[in-house]
Design a protein around this ligand. Structure first.
Ligand SMILES: Cc1cc2nc3c(=O)[nH]c(=O)nc-3n(C[C@H](O)[C@H](O)[C@H](O)COP(=O)(O)OP(=O)(O)OC[C@H]3O[C@@H](n4cnc5c(N)ncnc54)[C@H](O)[C@@H]3O)c2cc1C
Length: 462
């Protein structure tokens, strides 16, 4: 009988509360196997990324932590670069593995990739075991009474909370059986340049399990006030954990458990955000066509004029609308954008500039540290009114009033648009309304009231 099992890490870069590793170690303890941990830098995904990419650096640094933790337990992390469809079956042969364990990834491309891997492994006589790990409820675990997917968030959330048992929040411990990890020769970690990327400073993102823990501990002290602070980008109100949730350097079960323990309005609303994450994941699983198409078919082929110069101004943060420009500059400089600002800039792109939401979605996908297909697509289709439980098309954000409401003193604008720093708290939201001959800041590229009417007409035609 084969003496090893492999655990294939993907978006679960931690050595605690890990479903696949837990099951692999437990089975190994029962049948005398040893467990080897592997990670593949997927060349098909990396090929489409810019050569300086914060996400790749985040993964790289998180892997270093994972590797060190495995070394402390007498093992190591096997890291390769290439096509996992080739490499995983190869590694399975190289290490004479009886089985490969991994956690679910519900993105359409990942589902396809995993099916190919499984087929090859089965041809080689090896088993492929996969587990739910990155969400509390997945796929069709939450359905309406008639067995359909939920299309509205609030009843989905209600059903999610009603289904929740203590067992859903229990960790998948790995500590008790870590001695089942295999002792293997020291493994070389490919450098960033080996995989075709340049170094980029991401220390501010606090990568890895350690970073996730620091951020979560910090947020726990603020969670009770989340409902009051979460909408203000200049305030430290949110958790900043999205990139950690994306790459699994934190455990969703620990996060949800802690929110329920803390309780109160802030924690409840934060838990609801974690449930939004699962709402969009189940949506993508049920409706993979949303990757390219509007969830609402009647809005799939809206005749957006798609002005390329306007798109470039939006991307570069020079639309003449300070809150939009500050937000886009934050994205370009840091890879993060506050949720309120994501809603404002997305609405502005679609309903003020009349540009197809898919253009904005692609730009976010390239630049967001926390880019996640389901949340990004869900967020864009929400803002564009084409999506599941989306903003109705006739509710159009006014960027200036949003700015006055959510950045009342202009603190956030001043941080990213220093050329506006000297303006007073009133003028900073709409500098063009006041006479500033010396100001090195563009005039608004569109008129909101005019574009609002044009957007309404565009949607009404369908
Ligand atoms: C147009 C648009 C695009 C977006 N793209 C992404 C994306 O690519 N990746 C991503 O993780 N989030 C995305 N979001 C959701 C949200 O903006 C971010 O999750 C949030 O800003 C991250 O900051 P945080 O971790 O401090 O969030 P917190 O406010 O602390 O929320 C906690 C966690 O809940 C989840 N969450 C919060 N809001 C949402 C939401 N609306 N939808 C799904 N999950 C949510 C995230 O995992 C987040 O980390 C998008 C929203 C919009 C409007």
């Amino acid at each position: 009988m084969s003496k090893t099992a492999l655990v294939w890490f993907r978006r679960d870069l931690r050595l605690f509360d890990h479903a696949a590793l837990h099951h692999a170690l437990n089975n190994a303890a029962n049948n005398g196997q040893k467990v080897i941990c592997v990670f593949i830098f997927d060349s098909t995904i990396l090929a489409h990324l810019p050569k300086k990419d914060r996400r790749v650096a985040f993964i790289w640094h998180s892997l270093v932590q994972l590797k060190t933790a495995l070394q402390e337990h007498g093992s190591d992390l096997v890291v390769r670069h290439g096509d996992p469809v080739e490499l995983i079956p190869q590694l399975a042969q190289e290490f004479s593995a009886a089985a490969i364990y991994t956690n679910h990834d519900i993105e359409p491309a990942a589902i396809k990739r995993d099916a190919s891997v499984e087929q090859k492994l089965n041809q080689q006589g090896q088993q492929f075991h996969h587990f739910k790990d990155q969400v509390i409820f997945e796929k069709d675990q939450i359905l309406t009474q008639t067995g359909q997917m939920y299309q509205v968030f609030t009843p989905y959330k209600r059903a999610w909370l009603a289904k929740l048992q203590d067992s859903d929040l229990q960790s998948y411990p790995v500590q008790p059986h870590l001695h089942q990890l295999a002792t293997i020769p020291a493994q070389r970690m490919p450098s960033m340049s080996d995989i075709g990327f340049e170094e980029i400073d991401i220390a501010f993102l606090k990568p890895g399990m350690d970073g996730g823990e620091i951020l979560f501990d910090d947020f726990c002290k603020r969670m009770a006030r989340y409902h009051e602070t979460r909408d203000f980008p200049s305030v430290k109100g949110v958790s900043y954990l999205s990139v950690h949730l994306r790459f699994g350097t934190v455990s969703i079960r620990e996060l949800a458990r802690t929110a329920l323990q803390i309780g109160g309005e802030g924690a409840e609303i934060w838990l609801a955000e974690l449930i939004w994450r699962e709402f969009y994941q189940q949506l993508l699983w049920h409706r993979p066509d949303v990757v390219d198409h509007a969830f609402k078919p009647e809005y799939d082929a809206l005749a957006f004029p798609n002005n390329e110069a306007h798109f470039a101004a939006w991307c570069e943060g020079r639309t003449g609308f300070p809150i939009v420009d500050a937000a886009m500059r934050q994205l370009n400089q840091t890879g993060f954008m506050h949720n309120r600002l994501r809603m404002i800039v997305a609405s502005f792109l679609v309903k003020d500039l009349l540009i197809d939401w898919r253009w904005g979605e692609r730009y976010f996908a390239l630049h967001l540290n926390d880019f996640d297909l389901s949340a990004n697509n869900g967020g864009w289709q929400w803002a564009a009114s084409t999506g599941c439980d989306a903003q109705p098309y006739f509710r159009i954000f006014n960027p200036t009033t949003q700015s006055q409401r959510f950045d009342p003193k202009g603190d956030f604008i001043r941080r990213y648009c220093p050329e506006l720093a000297e303006l007073d708290n009133k003028q900073i939201h709409a500098p063009s309304l006041y006479l500033h001959p010396q100001l090195a800041y563009p005039d608004p590229i569109v008129d909101h009231a005019t574009q609002r009417q044009a957007a309404l007409a565009l949607f009404k035609r369908n």
